[in-house]
Design a protein around this ligand. Structure first.
Ligand code: SAH
Length: 240
């Protein structure tokens, strides 16, 4: 009897160690992710509790290729193919916070890229609609978001300049590619009182992160500081 107990205790310990190892091994990036939130996001002035929580949870390393996984939690952009980049974590946090999102909101994103920003939004709001002009990126992001279990994100392969009429109006719009003007169709598809954020200015060098709020059909603009994004292509390049 006594011997049996010892065997059971021994087996329990082995089982516990196995499970503990498995739990840690299943997310080897947990501590890097928490450092990113503490040092590069909270440490640089982001206060929105929801944004901090969400970015401390989403496996950012799964939004980049294998060779970049180990650097996925460093505070800089990374290549995602087709010459495009996943934005730096601090900028993702800054733009998301500026939108002052509510759980009931419906948000439009232009420039799906890796799908990371869309995932951040999807954890906070009710519905996310995201448009990507490069087909391979749109397909990859759609699959990735599906695999991660996001059911409230719709990915469309199209030129985001024209927005997504079918689901308009939106409570907030985020453009994650540089443009030299705000596409008029997007202002139209923004709700009264709604917020739109984008890197506005030269598409070659750096831009000014700009927040626009729609008031009586017009927009009030606030400048938030310099950023560097890849250019918005398509119609936005042709028209000023
Ligand atoms: N938000 C992304 C990063 C965006 S990089 C992320 O979290 O990973 C900018 C993306 O905008 C690129 O993937 C680029 O292909 C896309 N893009 C450029 N012009 C666009 C347009 N007119 N409509 C939609 N997407 C566009």
């Amino acid at each position: 009897m006594f011997k049996n107990r010892r065997i059971i205790a021994f087996i329990s310990i082995i089982l516990y160690l196995f499970l503990a190892h498995h739990l840690f091994a299943s997310d080897p990036y947990e501590s890097k992710r928490q450092s990113m939130v503490r040092d590069d996001i909270k440490g640089r002035g982001i206060k929105d509790r929801t944004v901090l929580d969400v970015m401390g949870k989403i496996p950012r390393h799964l939004f980049v290729g294998k060779r970049y996984m180990s650097t996925a939690y460093e505070d800089h952009p990374l290549p995602i193919g087709e010459g495009q980049t996943i934005s730096q974590p601090y900028v993702v946090a800054l733009m998301t916070e500026a939108l002052r999102l509510k759980p009931t909101d419906r948000v439009l994103e232009i420039g799906t890229g890796s799908g990371y920003q869309a995932a951040v939004l999807a954890e906070i709001v009710k519905d996310v609609y995201t448009i990507e002009i490069r087909k391979s990126l749109a397909d990859m992001a759609r699959k990735r978001l599906e695999d991660l279990g996001y059911k409230n994100v719709k990915v469309k392969y199209a030129d985001g300049y024209f927005g997504w009429e079918e689901y308009a109006p939106f409570d907030a719009i985020i453009i994650t590619a540089a443009a030299n003007h705000i596409p008029p169709p997007l202002i139209k598809q923004l709700k009264e009182g709604g917020r739109l954020i984008l890197p506005l200015g030269s598409t070659v060098y750096y831009q000014t992160l700009t927040l626009a709020v729609k008031r009586k059909g017009d927009i009030d603009v606030e400048q938030m500081g310099p950023v560097a994004f890849v250019p918005m292509i398509g119609q936005s390049e042709r028209k000023r």
